[in-house]
Design a protein around this ligand. Structure first.
Ligand SMILES: [Zn+2]
Length: 88
């Protein structure tokens, strides 16, 4: 398997470099912070692995707040968990 073509991004929770398709993107836009399903929204983005452990850790440690320099609304995390369910 060759994954070299996929750009790597750093997960805010575990700190590992992961191919983009293994990550959820959270983006800071003019409208606030939101989950970016399409990965096409403009703005500063932060990434988390598509697994419960990393999302849990990001919530607990407020990793997104640090990375985006702004408090992340709880709806964003609700959406992350929802997408995780859908992704199975
Ligand atoms: Zn991770």
């Amino acid at each position: 398997m060759d994954t070299k073509q996929l750009p790597l991004r750093k997960c805010v929770a575990c700190g590992q470099m992961v191919p983009k398709d293994g990550l959820f993107r959270v983006v800071k836009t003019a409208d606030g912070i939101q989950l970016d399903i399409t990965c096409k929204a403009q703005g500063r983005g932060a990434y988390v692995c598509k697994n419960k452990e990393c999302i849990d850790m990001a919530v607990k440690r407020k990793s997104f707040n640090r990375s985006l320099r702004q408090a992340v609304p709880t709806e964003v995390f609700d959406n992350l968990y929802m997408e995780l369910e859908n992704d199975r």
